[in-house]
Write a protein that binds this ligand. Structure first.
Ligand SMILES: NC(=O)c1ccc[n+]([C@@H]2O[C@H](COP(=O)([O-])OP(=O)(O)OC[C@H]3O[C@@H](n4cnc5c(N)ncnc54)[C@H](O)[C@@H]3O)[C@@H](O)[C@H]2O)c1
Length: 354
């Protein structure tokens, strides 16, 4: 699928995106804006000014309601009036560590926030396609086995449990209320890397921020393996799902894993080592750190179904993903005022040249 085909489908489409101020949401909003979609965002403001969504160029392009998903009923008239064709739900408390500390808020945001959003969706006739972005963490951990869409759900820590609940609830809305009139897409993505992420407890932002401060990076789970993938591959998966599956209403939910191309196990310490070796301006070393909460040691996601059904596959291998990510941070530290332009160029390069 090329840029032209995406443009043909997305140009003029009205798209409501929750969580558009964050890492995934801002890249996705910029891509859809380049494709000519009309976007309405709904998100809390990210406190760190370095997020793309806090730049004036971004705010000019993407209209956003800055509010809490737990209070979304307050804004339902504005949302209904917007008459979205597509809804992409990303707004979540997204961190395992935080979910142990603010457990109730985690559930209120991720579980009840999703329910409240669906209650508004029921009132929007124009809305035909809804995508809920859950996570690979929805699955019960099956050590050393590959996780496919039929693997049992059962996240154990509060974040993972809330994403499993989000997944189940969304499927229940499809079967109970939207059988004939709306598609539900459940996307379970692995670990995403790329520019524009400033979440300090995540590996890649931590690496670049530590390098900036000339401090060594401490790894929480050096031997854990994760399905690393670049944000632009994930975005292409999202666009292609709508384009291929969004034109007619299916009886059941569309449920897909999105993960990286190779099933090569890459441990956290090897991944970071690769970054340090291949990016000349990273001058720091990694050290190990003990953690108080538990995270899954092994996560391997099978993307066979999405590859078969819509012929999606990731374009970027691990080295390409590292290259694009490090170029983004390097550019940010050199000339942050041009970062929206640079991000747009990266998006167009990915879709038009690769
Ligand atoms: N980044 C990853 O590796 C990854 C992997 C799988 C799934 N996900 C999922 O993708 C989605 C986006 O994650 P991200 O990585 O961009 O995280 P992020 O922290 O950068 O963005 C989260 C977004 O949710 C919004 N949000 C959080 N709480 C809110 C609330 N109470 N009300 C309104 N908005 C609220 C934030 O304002 C922000 O826009 C999440 O649902 C996350 O679970 C992320």
């Amino acid at each position: 699928m090329n840029w032209k085909s995406y443009k043909k489908y997305f140009k003029g489409k009205k798209i409501l995106i929750t969580g558009n101020s964050g890492f995934v949401g801002s890249y996705l909003s910029l891509t859809l804006s380049l494709l000519g979609s009309k976007i309405l965002g709904y998100s809390l403001r990210k406190k760190d000014n370095r997020y793309l969504s806090n730049f004036s160029d971004y705010k000019r392009k993407i209209k956003t309601i800055t509010a809490d998903i737990r209070n979304i009923e307050t804004y339902q008239n504005t949302i209904i009036k917007f008459k979205p064709d597509i809804l992409i739900h990303l707004a979540s408390q997204p961190l395992v560590s935080e979910s142990y500390i603010k457990t109730k808020t985690n559930y209120e945001t991720n579980v009840m926030g999703t329910v409240k959003l669906f209650e508004i969706a029921k009132k929007i006739k124009s809305l035909k396609n809804i995508m809920i972005f859950t996570s690979d963490k929805v699955y019960k951990n099956l050590d050393k086995k590959s996780l496919n869409e039929n693997s049992p759900l059962g996240g154990k820590d509060p974040y993972s449990a809330s994403k499993s609940a989000q997944d189940l609830i969304s499927n229940s809305y499809k079967l109970s209320f939207f059988k004939k009139n709306k598609n539900i897409f459940l996307v379970r993505a692995g670990n995403i890397i790329g520019g524009g992420d400033w979440e300090k407890t995540r590996l890649i932002p931590d690496l670049f921020l530590s390098n900036l401060k000339k401090k060594n990076i401490y790894l929480r789970n050096p031997n854990a393996t994760r399905p690393w993938q670049h944000i632009l591959d994930v975005i292409e998966g999202i666009l292609k799902l709508f384009l291929v599956k969004g034109k007619k209403i299916s009886n059941t939910s569309h449920i897909y894993n999105i993960g990286p191309k190779s099933n090569k196990d890459l441990k956290v310490k090897h991944f970071i080592q690769k970054f340090i070796e291949s990016v000349p301006y990273i001058k720091i070393k990694y050290k190990f750190k003990n953690i108080k909460f538990s995270e899954k040691k092994f996560l391997r996601l099978s993307s066979k179904l999405i590859m078969k059904d819509i012929k999606w596959k990731s374009k970027l291998n691990i080295d390409d993903s590292i290259k694009l990510t490090s170029e983004w941070y390097q550019h940010f530290f050199k000339n942050k005022n041009q970062i929206i332009n640079f991000t747009s160029q990266q998006i167009e390069f990915f879709f038009k040249k690769l």
